[in-house]
Design a protein around this ligand. Structure first.
Ligand code: PPS
Length: 297
């Protein structure tokens, strides 16, 4: 990949054509391919900043029959491991955590389709893919880059980051590549596609959809209500088990993980020219996909 951007960030490396950082080293990405998938696993598949943590908490609660007490005993990232993650300081490895967990497991990955475990589609395990409109996702990613020491607390400005995003020169590679890959699986019966914006509009309906998909249709309306309350933005932002305030690599003073949690923040970042340029790139790169993204709700 040609270097066009001013900021060289620590631990950058290219793996099978995609940019990754130190926390996803080559040996982990190799090992993920052979990860031992179980039939009753539920995978949360997202490009970074789609609302992954939100969905992890919801799905974990659904498969655990709404057990809010159990959810207070451990941080969400220990209950739902991040497959391709290795903490280089604490030496915590998502793969090890996942392997040592009892079933049913709720596993997070940001990997594009071709880098995901080979066993994902030879198994009937459930794959829940969460999409978010890419303008909001790009904005959220920009703030995360600034706050995260994994990216050297990115010092670049918004216009440069936007170019990096459009170019796929960001952690885990191109949003376009990720989205086209996983969208191609939309008709697979073991794949559920969700949208962040629909979760914002009617969380209870989306929780019921999830419960049905993972074989927990028996989850009562009362439990659905309690999960929705527990997983509101305000509630997750003040909950130490979900807000990542203890994660040393995120500087909360710069930007917390649960930053704004809204649809349409992109309008406060994109100029008209930038928005038109984004639309043109989108039209070219996503031709023929017709994914119903919502930029306002
Ligand atoms: S990560 O690090 O890639 O796993 O981050 P991820 O969790 O995917 O994305 C963080 C964004 O999701 C928003 N978020 C929520 N929005 C609404 N409701 C709830 N409960 C919620 N939880 C997380 C979070 O605020 C980030 O989006 P922005 O736009 O930056 O606020």
């Amino acid at each position: 990949m040609e270097r066009k951007f001013a900021h060289v960030l620590p631990g950058e490396h290219i793996y099978k054509g995609r940019l990754f950082f130190g926390y996803s080293p080559q040996e982990i990405l190799d090992a993920v391919k052979n990860f031992n998938v179980r039939e009753d696993d539920v995978f949360i598949v997202t490009y970074p900043k789609a609302g992954t943590t939100w969905l992890q908490e919801i799905v974990w609660l659904v498969v655990n029959e709404g057990n809010l007490q159990k959810a207070t005993e451990m941080q969400v990232y220990f209950r739902s491991p991040f497959l391709e993650f290795k903490d280089l300081v604490l030496n915590e490895v998502g793969l090890d955590l996942a392997e040592s967990m009892p079933s049913p497991r709720v596993i997070k990955t940001h990997l594009p389709l071709d880098l995901a475990p080979s066993g994902l589609f030879t198994s009937k395990c459930k794959k829940i893919v969460l999409f978010r409109n890419p303008k909001d996702q790009c904005v959220s990613y920009f703030h995360f880059y600034r706050s995260s020491s994994s990216f050297g607390n990115y010092q670049g400005d918004w216009p440069e980051f936007l170019e990096m995003f459009l170019d796929g020169h960001v952690d885990h590679g191109s949003w376009f590549d990720f989205t086209k890959g996983w969208w191609s699986k939309k008709d697979n019966p073991d794949v559920l596609i969700l949208f962040y914006e629909n979760m914002k509009k009617d969380l209870r309906s989306e929780i019921k959809k999830i419960a049905h998909f993972v074989g927990r249709s028996s989850v009562s309306d009362e439990i659905v209500d309690s999960i929705a309350d527990h997983c509101s933005f305000e509630s997750m932002r003040s909950n130490p088990m979900t807000n990542h305030h203890d994660v040393y690599s995120i500087d909360k003073e710069i930007s917390p993980l649960l930053r704004k949690g809204i649809v349409g923040d992109w309008e406060d970042h994109f100029t008209t020219d930038q928005s038109e340029r984004f639309d043109a790139e989108y039209a070219q790169k996503m031709a023929g996909t017709e994914i119903p993204f919502q930029y306002h709700i």
